[in-house]
Write a protein that binds this ligand. Structure first.
Ligand SMILES: *Cc1c(COP(=O)(O)O)cnc(C)c1O
Ligand SMILES: [Zn+2]
Length: 472
């Protein structure tokens, strides 16, 4: 796919040799052209793309910042993409014409006034990666990896997925004129996500196993068949996902927040955001490192246990179970990368219950924003980190919301009908009911609707709380 370890950094001309440097995270050996499984040929560990040029500023940090800012005024697809706008820190293809983009990135940074009041954290923000073209952060990595798959001339791309990766992959493959193979656990992904893969034309296989089983099978398949692997084991995806953090810092005018909190499933996203923070720090784009913390569901807490029981030295796998299906992963592929960035930034790792996830999701919905269940672990986790004193009220905190509200309507509807998080948890948590808004069925008369209005007025007085939001 590529050869030497050199790299010419001026990409504005659109012509630069496509050369990448893959470094093993285990034995540190460098591979110029890895096999299709993206594993180290010596020890089998994961590879990471490192570029010596990224360690030295491109000109100086200030000129890089203004170059990125100026591109926002341009209308070429590569400049309109919130990923490729930052191409100085990405592995670029041999020609810009190969780039597959759906104008990913450019996601909003919101204030969270209600949650600010409930947590006491005045400077609380959400970076909503669910506002990407297919509704999750996966698009930011997929644009890079799909571009490289196209450059390498693959006819087929493939992934194992809890849903969002397959939706994203199928979209980018379709745009690039490649065929896509999706392996998903039967019955364990939402219809919204599955329907996306179908509409974008993927060959969709529902396997009678869990996500971990799908991923194991895919890794065998790529050794036998000429399909390009688009799981987050693919280091090009991690590179693209870095841009969430770069864009976030730009939105903060390069003044780093104190904490960034992400959900952890397969742990590719936390690894990517951590890698970006470390690279930006090395380049002098930011003067200090935010602490990156990862939150998992109690039923899928492999990283929590890995850190607690082995100090991050050995993976403790679990049999994953949670309604937050995007993080229903028991054997996270990128656990070592995640441990490294957590330790390098001084972040923490927490687990939250199904009831806490449901409540946090409803709270984010009540902000007029919404997200899918997996994203809501960030707010639930923040509350825990506050109680433990790891986060302090005066600090600036950013939650990374990874997926769109529309990704899992079943969860949302069951919650509002009172069916989630389950009888026992409901009895213990009366506060949850204040967030429930089940639909009411009425006769089609003016009286009936007027009475419904009055009843609603009495039970939940209208809040005038949300006012004058300003984007940072
Ligand atoms: C993929 C995904 C996650 C988990 O990200 P990892 O990189 O697997 O840790 C969390 N939330 C949503 C919405 C996702 O799609
Ligand atoms: Zn190795």
């Amino acid at each position: 796919m590529s050869s030497s370890a050199t790299s010419e950094k001026d990409s504005s001309s659109g012509a630069r040799p496509a050369t990448y440097r893959f470094e093993c995270i285990g034995c540190a050996s460098v591979t110029p052209s890895p096999a299709n499984d993206f594993r180290c040929p010596h020890c089998g560990n994961l590879l990471e793309i490192t570029d010596p040029a990224w360690k030295a500023p491109h000109g100086n940090p200030e000129s890089l910042k203004s170059l990125w800012r100026e591109r926002r005024l341009l209308n070429r697809p590569v400049d309109l993409s919130g990923v490729w706008r930052f191409r100085e820190l990405l592995p670029a293809p041999s020609s810009e014409h190969l780039i597959v983009t759906l104008r990913e990135g450019n996601t909003p940074l919101y204030e969270l006034p209600r949650s600010s009041r409930s947590t006491g954290i005045a400077k609380l923000y959400a970076k909503h990666q669910g506002m990407n073209p297919t509704g999750s952060f996966k698009d930011t990595g997929m644009t890079v990896a799909a571009t490289l798959a196209r450059q390498a001339g693959f006819a087929w791309v493939a992934c194992a997925s809890t849903g969002n990766t397959s939706a994203s992959m199928a979209a980018y493959a379709a745009r690039a004129g490649m065929r896509s193979l999706v392996l998903v656990p039967e019955g364990k992904i939402s219809w919204s996500k599955l329907s996306q893969a179908l509409d974008y034309g993927a060959l969709t296989c529902q396997l009678r196993t869990d996500f971990d089983g799908c991923l194991r099978l895919l890794q065998e398949l790529v050794k036998r068949a000429p399909v390009y692997q688009l799981n987050s084991i693919n280091p090009f995806r991690i590179e693209g996902q870095k841009t969430a953090a770069i864009e976030l810092l730009e939105q903060f005018d390069w003044e780093p927040p104190d904490h960034i909190i992400v959900p952890g499933g397969n742990l590719g996203n936390s690894s990517a955001i951590g890698k970006a923070l470390l690279e930006m720090h090395n380049l002098g784009l930011i003067s200090r490192l935010p602490k990156l913390s990862v939150i998992q569901a109690e039923g899928a807490n492999a990283l929590v246990r890995t850190l607690r029981e082995t100090g991050g030295k050995r993976l403790v796998s679990v049999q994953a179970e949670t309604r937050a299906t995007a993080i229903r992963i028991g054997n996270p592929a990128s656990w070592q990368k995640a441990v490294r960035v957590l330790q390098a930034t001084g972040g923490s790792c927490e687990e939250v219950s199904e009831a806490e996830i449901a409540e946090a999701k409803a709270e984010i919905g009540a902000e007029g924003i919404g997200c899918e269940p997996a994203s809501a672990v960030t707010l639930a986790g923040l509350k825990k980190l506050l109680r433990h004193g790891f986060v302090k009220a005066g600090e600036t905190v950013v939650l990374i919301l990874t997926g769109n509200l529309l990704k899992d309507p079943d969860f949302t509807i069951e919650f509002h009908r009172g069916e989630i998080p389950g009888k026992e948890a409901n009895d213990r948590n009366k506060e949850l009911d204040s967030f429930r808004h089940p639909p009411v069925v009425l006769d089609a008369t003016l009286d009936a609707v007027m009475q419904a209005l009055e009843r609603a007025e009495k039970s939940t007085p209208v809040s005038n709380a949300i006012s004058n939001e300003s984007e940072t």
